[in-house]
Design a protein around this ligand. Structure first.
Ligand code: HEM
Length: 516
C-alpha cells in the first residue's frame, strides 16, 4: 500500500511547459496535494487503527448479543477507569441492569451474572468454566500451586485436604485461636488511646497471627511470623483487579513476589520441622502436624508423599485465600456489634450463659456449639457485608448460561455473590442486620439455603468455611466479653472500600476499654 502512494507522488511534478496538457494526459494524482512519504505512513497507520477500532466494536457487539450493557465499548480500554477504582454503587448499577449483563475491559469480554440461578450455574459448571484469579495471582502464588488445578486432579487433591478441617482438627485450632485472640486484645487495650483509631490493620495483624499459629504452630519462630505479617500487605495490594502486569522491580506484583518468597521459605521450614516432630511421636498441635500425622495413618487412602515445598504452598494458598476475607468478616463483625447495642447485649447474654461468668476459661469446640445466637449473628454479618462480592471465572468453551445467551469461549464470566444475599424476597429488609432470621426454622432465609453464597458453591466452594466461621465467631465472643468497644460513625463508615474484599471506607474507627 505504501509503494502505491509512493508511485503516485513521484508523478505529481509540475509540468515544465506552460501549455496546459490535454486533460486526459494529466495524472489523476496531480489533482491531490503532494503526499509526502511520512504522511503516507500516517494515513496508513490511521486506516489500520480505524479498521481495528471498527473490528473491536463489531466483535464486542457480536459477543454481547442481546445482553444489557453499553452498546459501544470505550475503544481499547473499555470500562478500565471503573475497574481502577471499583465502587459497590457501580457494581449495583451493573447488577440491576439484568440477570446477565456485559461489559469489556481492555478487550476482555466480561459477562456478569447477578441472579441466584445464573450465579450458581457458573459456580457449578466446571466443564464450561473455571476460576480465573487476577493475572497477578499466578505470579504471586506460583503457577504450580494446587489452587490452579482443575477438573478431576483438582477434586482429588482437594479431597486430601479435607482432613485438615475435620472436627478433630478444628478442636485443636480453637485452643490456638483462643490464646491468640486474648493476646491481641490485651495489646489493643494497652495501646488504646483517647481518640478512635482505625482497626483495619490491627485486626488484619491479629488474623494473620491466628492463621499462622493455627497452620504452623510452634514450627515457625515469632520473628518469622512477624516478618510474614509485615510483608503480607504487599500481597494484598497486588491482588487488586487491575495491576501493572509485568513484575518489574518497584511494581506491586514484584513486591508481592518478594513477600511470597520470604513466606514460603519459613513455611517450608515449618513443614520440615513438623515432619520431624511427628516422627518423634509428638502430639499434633497445628494444621501441619495434623496433616503429617494423617499421612502416616495406615488407614489413610490418599497420596502420602508431600514435599516440604508442596505443603508450604498449600499453607500459603490458605493464607492467601483467608487473610483478606477473614479480616473483612472480622472488621464488619466488630462494626456491626458496636453499632447494634441490642444485638451486642444478646451476644453477651449468651456468653454469660455458656461461660458462667468465667471469661478466663479457654473456649472449646463444645462451648462454641452452644452459641446459636453468636453463630446466627456471624452468618448475618457476612450476609449483609459479604467479604467476597464476586468471583471471576473463565469460559473454557461456549457456555450456554441461559436459554437465550451463550458466553463465548475465553470470556470472563462472573458470578456475583452480593445480589443473592440481598434478595428482598428471601431476606426482607435486606440491608438490615437481623440475626433472628437464621434462628427461625420457618424463615425464608432458612428455606432458601441456595441463596447463601458467602462461600461460593460447587467444586471450588471455600474449603476453609468452617474454620473461618469459627474463627470470626470465637474472636467476636472474646471481644464481646473482654472489651467495651465504641465505634465512631463517620459518613464513610457505611461506604464500602473494595480491595480484593470489602472494608469500611473509614477503616472502622474504634476505641477499646477493658470490660471487666
Ligand atoms: C470469611 C472468610 C472467607 C470467605 C468469605 C471466603 C470465601 C471464599 C469464596 C467465595 C471462594 C470461591 C468459591 C467458589 O469459587 O465457588 C473461596 C475459595 C477458597 N477459599 Fe475461602 N473464604 C474465607 C475464608 C477462607 C479460609 C479461612 C480459608 C483457608 C483456611 C479459605 C480457603 C479457600 C480456598 C483454598 C479456596 C479455593 C478452593 C478451591 O479452589 O477448591 N477461605 N473462599
Amino acid at each position: 500500500m505504501a509503494s502505491l502512494f509512493k508511485d503516485r507522488s513521484a508523478s505529481a511534478s509540475i509540468p515544465s511547459s506552460t501549455t496546459p496538457p490535454p486533460l486526459y494526459n494529466i495524472p489523476v494524482s496531480s489533482f491531490f496535494p503532494v503526499v509526502s512519504e511520512s504522511l503516507t505512513w500516517v494515513y496508513t497507520t490511521l486506516a489500520i487503527i480505524l479498521a481495528l477500532l471498527v473490528l473491536e466494536q463489531t466483535v464486542y457487539r457480536y459477543k454481547k448479543q442481546n445482553l444489557p450493557g453499553p452498546s459501544w465499548s470505550i475503544p481499547i480500554i473499555g470500562k478500565f477507569a471503573d475497574s481502577l477504582s471499583p465502587t459497590l454503587e457501580n457494581y449495583k448499577a451493573q447488577w440491576n441492569s439484568g440477570a446477565l449483563s456485559a461489559l469489556s475491559v481492555f478487550n476482555i469480554f466480561i459477562v456478569i451474572a447477578s441472579s441466584n440461578e445464573y450465579t450458581r450455574k457458573i459456580f457449578n459448571s466446571p466443564t464450561y468454566a473455571e476460576p480465573c484469579l487476577v493475572n497477578s495471582a499466578k505470579q504471586v502464588l506460583c503457577p504450580d500451586n494446587w489452587v490452579f488445578l482443575t477438573g478431576k486432579v483438582h477434586v482429588d487433591f482437594r479431597r486430601g485436604l479435607n482432613t485438615l478441617f475435620t472436627r478433630k482438627a478444628l478442636g485443636i485450632y480453637v485452643t490456638i485461636q483462643d490464646v491468640i485472640s486474648r493476646k491481641h486484645f490485651a495489646k489493643w487495650l494497652a495501646d488504646s488511646s483517647e481518640t478512635h483509631q482505625p482497626i483495619m490493620m490491627t485486626a488484619r495483624d491479629a488474623n494473620m497471627d491466628t492463621s499462622l499459629r493455627v497452620f504452623c504452630g510452634k514450627h515457625i519462630p515469632d520473628h518469622a511470623a512477624q516478618e510474614i505479617a509485615d510483608k503480607y500487605w504487599a500481597i494484598t495490594v497486588a491482588l487488586e483487579l487491575v495491576n501493572f502486569p509485568l513484575a518489574l522491580p518497584g511494581t506491586k506484583v514484584y513486591k508481592a513476589i518478594q513477600a511470597r518468597k520470604i513466606a514460603l521459605k519459613w513455611l517450608e521450614l515449618a513443614a520440615h520441622n513438623s515432619k520431624i516432630a511427628m516422627a518423634q511421636g509428638g502430639e499434633p498441635e497445628c494444621m501441619l502436624d495434623e496433616w503429617v500425622q494423617e499421612l502416616a495413618n495406615p488407614e489413610y487412602k490418599g497420596r502420602r508423599d508431600f514435599s516440604d515445598r508442596e505443603m508450604a504452598m498449600v499453607v500459603f494458598s490458605f493464607l492467601f485465600a483467608s487473610q483478606d476475607a477473614m479480616s473483612s468478616g472480622l472488621i464488619y463483625g466488630l462494626q456491626h456489634l458496636a453499632d447494634n447495642p441490642d444485638i451486642l447485649a444478646k451476644v453477651r447474654e449468651e456468653q454469660e450463659r455458656v461461660r458462667a461468668g468465667d471469661y478466663e476459661k479457654p473456649l472449646t469446640l463444645e462451648m462454641m456449639d452452644d452459641m446459636p445466637y453468636l453463630k446466627a449473628f456471624v452468618k448475618e454479618s457476612l450476609r449483609v457485608k459479604p467479604p467476597v462480592t464476586m468471583v471471576p471465572y473463565r469460559a473454557l468453551k461456549p457456555f450456554p448460561i441461559s436459554d437465550t445467551y451463550t458466553a463465548p469461549v475465553g470470556s470472563m464470566v462472573i458470578p456475583s455473590i452480593y445480589p443473592s444475599l440481598h434478595d428482598e424476597s428471601i431476606f426482607p429488609d435486606p440491608d438490615k442486620l437481623i440475626p433472628e432470621r437464621w434462628l427461625d426454622p420457618a424463615s425464608t432465609a432458612n428455606a432458601n439455603p441456595r441463596n447463601y453464597l458467602v462461600f461460593g458453591s460447587g467444586p471450588h466452594r471455600c474449603i476453609g468455611l468452617e474454620y473461618a466461621n469459627m474463627n470470626i465467631a470465637l474472636t467476636l465472643a472474646n471481644a464481646a466479653v473482654l472489651m467495651n468497644f465504641d465505634h465512631k460513625i463517620t459518613p464513610e463508615s457505611n461506604e464500602v472500600q473494595m480491595i480484593a474484599t470489602i472494608f469500611p471506607k473509614d477503616g472502622c474507627l474504634m476505641k477499646f476499654s477493658p470490660r471487666v
